[in-house]
Design a protein around this ligand. Structure first.
Ligand code: HPA
Length: 247
């Protein structure tokens, strides 16, 4: 089994044009179907696999993603490192639309999701250490990549993982802010915890698509989100080209 790096693409990154595709592989897992086939390819001269978190047609909402199958499938084919790309809302003043952030903490507000592999027929109970939910070496690779490519990145931040698929109320965003959250998204958990359970090194590059509810002017529209993400994801593609050889 080869050691591989995987990119999990979120909203705005359901495909990677910069990836030279070699083949697609549908992996069966004990947890059911992953979001779609895993795409094997070459990026910046290195073997990489890509998985679209919401499916290639962007049809699976955040609360219905089979996170366990996705992560298990990646582990099964030999993945060791995961760079997760995620669209988020901005909460703190430094997280305006268009900003790229490499979070270092998470608070989990999701519920009713299959959030662990450590249940069922167990020989012993296991508790993973999750003090630092993201892999620091991989975070630093993203940060260094940003510096060398001249792409501005915010190097820390607390990601609030909400249930969705609706966006938050203004009061919920104020509560997340009081809790110390900087950005808000719907897919950060249980993805990060499952990666840790499987011993996969995992870091996230978040792209701020909009101000969190009540932080900006007027309604949050999908058009506005899509438009901001288009520019943000172009930067992410550029960043990945620099980061992948260094990982
Ligand atoms: N809230 C939650 N998830 C999101 C948002 C948001 O404002 N924007 C993009 N993903």
């Amino acid at each position: 089994m080869s050691k591989l790096l995987a990119i999990i693409g979120g909203t705005g990154l359901t495909s990677l044009e910069t990836l030279e595709i070699v083949r697609r592989e549908m992996v069966s897992t004990p947890y059911g179907e992953p979001s779609g086939p895993v795409t094997h390819g070459v990026l910046a001269g290195h073997p990489v696999v890509f998985l679209a978190r919401h499916g290639y047609g962007h049809t699976i909402p955040p609360h219905q993603i089979n996170y366990r199958a996705n992560l298990w499938a990646l582990k099964h084919i030999g993945v060791e490192h995961i760079l997760a790309v995620a669209a988020v809302g901005g909460i703190s003043a430094r997280m305006g639309p268009g900003v790229l952030c490499v979070p270092d903490q998470i608070i989990d507000y999701t519920y009713g999701r299959h959030h662990t592999l450590f249940e069922g027929d167990l020989s012993h109970v296991t508790h993973i250490d999750f003090t630092w939910p993201y892999d620091e070496a991989l975070r630093q690779a993203l940060i260094e990549g940003g510096r060398s490519a001249g792409i501005p990145l915010i190097e820390d931040g607390t990601y609030a993982a909400t249930q969705g698929p609706r966006l938050e109320t203004a009061a919920e965003i104020r509560r997340l802010e009081r809790d110390g959250c900087d950005i808000v998204g719907m897919t950060g958990m249980p993805e990060a915890a499952l990666a840790r359970e499987l011993g996969l090194r995992y870091a996230c590059c978040a792209v701020v698509a909009n101000w969190g509810a009540g932080k900006g002017e007027g309604e949050i529209t999908m058009e506005q989100i899509d438009q901001t993400l288009k520019a943000g994801m172009a930067q992410v593609r550029q960043l990945l080209r620099v980061v992948i050889p260094s990982v």
